[in-house]
Structure formats: structure tokens, C-alpha cells
Design a protein around this ligand. Sequence first.
Ligand SMILES: Cc1cc2nc3c(=O)[nH]c(=O)nc-3n(C[C@H](O)[C@H](O)[C@H](O)COP(=O)(O)O)c2cc1C
Length: 154
Amino acid sequence: MQNSFCNQKFPLYFSGEVVHGYGRGSTQLGYPTANIDTVSLKELKEVPKGVYFGYCRLNEQGEKGDVEPMVMSLGENRMFGNTETTAEVHVLRQYDHNFYGAHLQVSVIGYIRKMQMFRSVDELIEAIGNDIRVARAELEKPELSAFREDPYFK
Ligand SMILES: Cc1cc2nc3c(=O)[nH]c(=O)nc-3n(C[C@H](O)[C@H](O)[C@H](O)COP(=O)(O)O)c2cc1C
């Protein structure tokens, strides 16, 4: 599968440890994100920056979690003046705890849009809401929902 918009081949697999970000995802945006450690990020250095969707699984204390849909930003979060690239995964499931230190497996299966600079944080919040709608609609397609059963997660 190849996405003509960003020239990236999917699925794209990577995994890493969930590390502390700036904490703005949960406090300012209402969309908590799992930031991936910088060593694992090196696996993504050839991947175009942007917003993606797919599936992920959180493995906490050696226990494999469920495979869940996710949206991910890969880029510099210019909205907040950041200059370093981060990969931030927002899992489309409500958790009542944070998962710092957990191991996160990610299968990226599609591209949504470029990272953007918005006029306000409210516009970013609206854009993320829209990304989630796009991701959910795409993941309802049988050919994409099948990736939930990917052997990568076995
Ligand atoms: C689906 C999604 C889309 C995002 N799109 C953008 C974007 O277009 N521009 C941007 O500057 N940051 C974008 N972000 C990143 C947020 O700015 C980031 O999650 C926020 O800075 C919180 O980071 P922190 O948890 O390290 O504080 C996006 C995040 C997600 C989950």
C-alpha cells in the first residue's frame, strides 16, 4: 500500500518507550499523547512529518494490552515553538492513568495531513478533532480495519 500524498509505504511499524512530553496534550488540548523516546524516534527519521492514523498496543509491566486505534503527530509542534521532532500518539480510548515507561507498539497505516501552524490553540484542538473523525472513518473500511489483526501484534 502506498499513499500518494506523502510517499510513505504503509504499514509502518515502530515501537518505543513512552516518555514525558511537556504535558500540554492532556492539560491544554484535552488530547493526551504518549510521546515516544528519542532513540526509537531515529527509526522514523526518513518518514515525512505529518499526522497519521493506525493501530497501537500498550504493553505495561510485561502485560500486552489491547490493540487500539490511534492518531499520531510526527513533527515539531510549531504551535508551541518546539524545534525538536517528536512522535506523539493519541490512543482512541479513554485511560484513567498515564502510561509513562510503558512499551508502545505502533502500526501506522495511513496519512491524514501535514503538520500545520494554526492561529490559535482552539484551531489546533478543532483540527485534532477532525483528524480523529478522519481516522475513525478510514478504520471502518474493512481493508484497513483488518490491520487490527496484524501478526505484528501477536
Ligand atoms: C492528531 C494530532 C495532530 C497534531 N497536529 C499538530 C499540528 O498540526 N501542529 C502542531 O504544532 N502540533 C500538532 N500536534 C501536536 C500537539 O501540538 C502536541 O500534542 C502538543 O504540543 C502536546 O505535546 P506535549 O504532550 O509534549 O505537551 C498534533 C497532535 C496530535 C495528537
